[in-house]
Every structure is written in structure tokens, then in C-alpha cells.
Design a protein around this ligand. Structure first.
Ligand code: OGA
Ligand code: NI
Length: 359
């Protein structure tokens, strides 16, 4: 806090961020300390907080794809949902519910450990394969959001298991195995949905690495003033998301915020910016957010798929087989490395890199 010359309080954003990071205890640390008022750093401007006036019962429903259905129907369902929604629910996906429940419990165990256990992992350094933080990449005067994150990065499907915190090591390893298996299925189905040979997406290794975000949204004392996760689109190729029973995820569909209520046992798949680029805008990467709530904690796990190490060193661009005189390339080719760098430089300012790569 800085006192201005006229004696009034002036909010010092940089100081607030410094104080918050110094504690290394995240949002959960604030809740444990008994905050009853939302700290100013977390207050979002009113335009971030708009909600949908439509009665949730009358809102459009996210499409559900049943993997137990006929293959042709599954492929067609994915094509339609990826073109019109960018998001869909999947059921009968083969990930055992015990593995899902155990993962949610493992994530809870990690975040609910004494702060001293988590502190050594508190970092913004994206080179760390495993890190704990809350609001990374904030740019000046950005509002912070009401959640903590444990991130585990698997390059080419691999991580040194000893790096994963003990509190959830087994659960993370088991869960990622299932995500990798489901990724193979998704790659085949999405290749077919694009009208390409089944092994196309697998061959270009665009989803061969994973970054797993294990999210923890504590109970919020003033949920109407902040967000759990601010509006964004995923920068990756594909995301597979698991959420617990609390709810709060919303996607921007038809210009309105539409709720994505939890369905037991279901997973959510969503198209990332990179998939929108290589599909030349056939599949869409859609903005979404998580509202803050007076109930919780809410736990979710987002598995983001990115290229293999070798594919990251080659250029990506719209898939040639999809292009024609009627459908010319909308985006130029670029290196995945530079794409990541672009986000690092721009931080939260940029809602999406798509316009930057337009021809
Ligand atoms: C994300 C995300 C949604 C959720 O981490 O990119 O959109 O439900 N998470 O936590
Ligand atoms: Ni997201």
C-alpha cells in the first residue's frame, strides 16, 4: 500500500503481486489465513464478470459424444462439435472412474498439504517440469484469479517420476497413462473427422507431449468480484479436461456464456488454437472461463497436448491436404518454439495468437 500526497490510499499493483508471491502459499494460503474480503489484486473489472441472463435450464447443451456408439457416428459427432462448439463432452471413453476419482483426490491431497511442503515448488519458471503457482505471467495491472495450480510437463510422454510430488505421484502417473491412451483414440477420430487418413495426426506428432494442470479453486469469500480462471482460449492442440462435481466452467458460445455442468464419469475435450490453425479454421478454439464460487474447493485437471520435441523443431501450418483453390491457407507456417515465445512476450494481454499468424 502506498499513501498518496493527499493522504488517500493508492493501490500499488506491483507491491501486491510481490507480497502475494513472497508468501508462496497461493490463494489457498489466503483462505487459510482467514480472508473475508477479496484482496484488491483479485478484483476483476466489471466487463470480465458479465454473465448470461438466460435461465441455465434454457441454455444450449454442450454436445455429448458416446464412444460406445458406431464409429461413423462418433466421427461425425466430433466433426460437427469441433466445427460448431470447439468443445464436447465424451462418455464411455474407457478411462476407469477409479483412476479419475483417485486423480482428483491426489490433486486435493497435494494442494491441502502444509504450505511448507509446496513452497519449494513455487515458481513461474516454465523450464521447471513440475511447478506450483497461482497466477503466473501477470502483466502490469492484470487482475489475479482465485485458484492455485500444480503443473507437470511430460515431454514426449515422459517425465522423471521423482519430480512429481509424493502426495499425488502414483495418481498422476496412472492418470497420464490413460490420457495418452485416449489421446491416441482422439488423434484417429479427429484425423477422420478432418477427412484425413486415421494415422495423420499421430504421424505429425502434434500431440505427443502433455502439460497437466492440476487446478484447485478454493472457496471464495466474494465470488461476484473475481474469476476462478479468466476468459481464454487454450493455446495447445487439444485439451482433455476432468472436473469434479462443483461446476463453474463456462464457454462463450453464440456470444453468450454457456454453463458446462459436470456429468459424473464424463470428460470434456476442447480444440486448442494450434488445431484451429492446422485445420485452417475448420475446427474452432473457443474462449472459456471458470467462475469463482462460494462453495468448494473445486478441483479440475486439464491435460494439454503439444508437439513432440522433434515436431516442435519443424514448421507447423495449415494441413496441405485440406487446402485447395476454394480453401486457401489462412495462416502462415511457423515454429512451435516461436509460438511459445510469442505468448511469453505478450503474457495475458493477448487473447489468442491466431491473428498474428494470419496471412
Ligand atoms: C484451463 C481451463 C478449466 C477448468 O486450465 O485452461 O480452461 O475447469 N481450465 O479448470
Ligand atoms: Ni482452458
Amino acid at each position: 500500500m502506498v499513501v498518496s500526497s493527499n493522504g488517500g490510499d493508492v493501490y500499488d499493483w506491483a507491491e501486491a503481486v510481490k507480497e502475494f508471491d513472497k508468501a508462496k502459499s497461493g490463494v489457498k494460503g489466503l483462505v487459510d489465513a482467514g480472508v473475508t474480503e477479496l484482496p484488491r489484486l483479485f478484483v476483476h473489472p466489471a466487463e470480465h464478470l458479465q454473465s448470461n441472463p438466460t435461465d441455465p435450464a434454457l441454455q444450449p447443451q454442450l454436445p455429448t459424444i458416446d464412444f460406445a456408439g458406431r464409429r461413423q457416428e462418433v466421427v461425425e459427432g466430433i466433426r460437427k462439435a469441433s466445427e460448431e462448439w470447439g468443445f464436447f463432452r465424451i462418455i464411455n471413453h474407457g478411462v476407469p472412474s477409479e483412476t479419475m476419482d483417485a486423480m482428483l483426490e491426489g490433486v486435493r491431497r497435494f494442494h491441502e498439504q502444509p504450505t511448507a511442503e509446496k513452497m519449494p515448488l513455487y515458481s513461474d519458471d516454465s523450464r521447471m517440469r513440475v511447478r506450483f503457482n497461482s497466477n503466473s505471467a501477470l502483466r502490469e495491472n492484470d487482475s489475479a484469479s482465485w485458484r492455485d495450480i500444480l503443473t507437470c510437463v511430460f515431454n514426449d510422454d515422459h517425465i522423471d517420476p521423482d519430480l512429481i510430488p509424493h502426495a499425488c505421484r502414483q495418481e498422476v502417473q496412472e492418470y497420464v497413462k490413460q490420457m495418452i491412451r485416449l489421446r491416441e483414440t482422439m488423434a484417429e477420430l479427429m484425423s477422420e473427422a478432418l477427412g484425413l487418413p486415421s494415422d495423420y495426426l499421430s504421424n505429425i506428432e502434434c500431440m505427443k507431449s502433455e502439460a497437466m494442470a492440476c487446478l484447485y479453486y478454493p472457496v471464495c469469500p466474494e465470488p461476484q468480484k473475481t474469476l476462478g480462471t479468466p476468459k481464454h482460449s487454450d493455446t495447445t492442440f487439444l485439451t482433455l479436461l476432468m472436473q469434479d462435481a462443483i461446476g463453474g466452467l463456462q464457454i462463450l458460445h453464440g456470444g453468450q456464456w454457456v454453463n458446462v455442468p459436470p456429468v459424473p464419469g464424463a470428460l470434456i475435450a476442447n480444440i486448442g488454437d494450434l488445431m484451429q490453425i492446422i485445420s485452417n479454421d475448420k475446427f474452432i478454439s473457443v474462449e472459456h472461463r471458470v467462475v469463482a464460487q462460494p462453495v468448494g474447493p473445486r478441483i479440475s485437471v486439464a491435460c494439454f497436448f503439444t508437439p513432440s520435441m522433434s515436431a516442435a523443431a519443424k514448421p507447423f501450418g495449415p494441413i496441405k491436404e485440406l487446402l485447395s483453390d476454394e480453401n486457401p491457407a489462412i495462416y502462415r507456417e511457423f515454429m512451435f518454439r516461436d509460438y511459445c515465445q510469442y505468448y511469453k512476450i505478450k503474457g495475458q494481454d493477448v487473447s489468442s495468437a491466431l491473428p498474428h499468424y494470419k496471412i
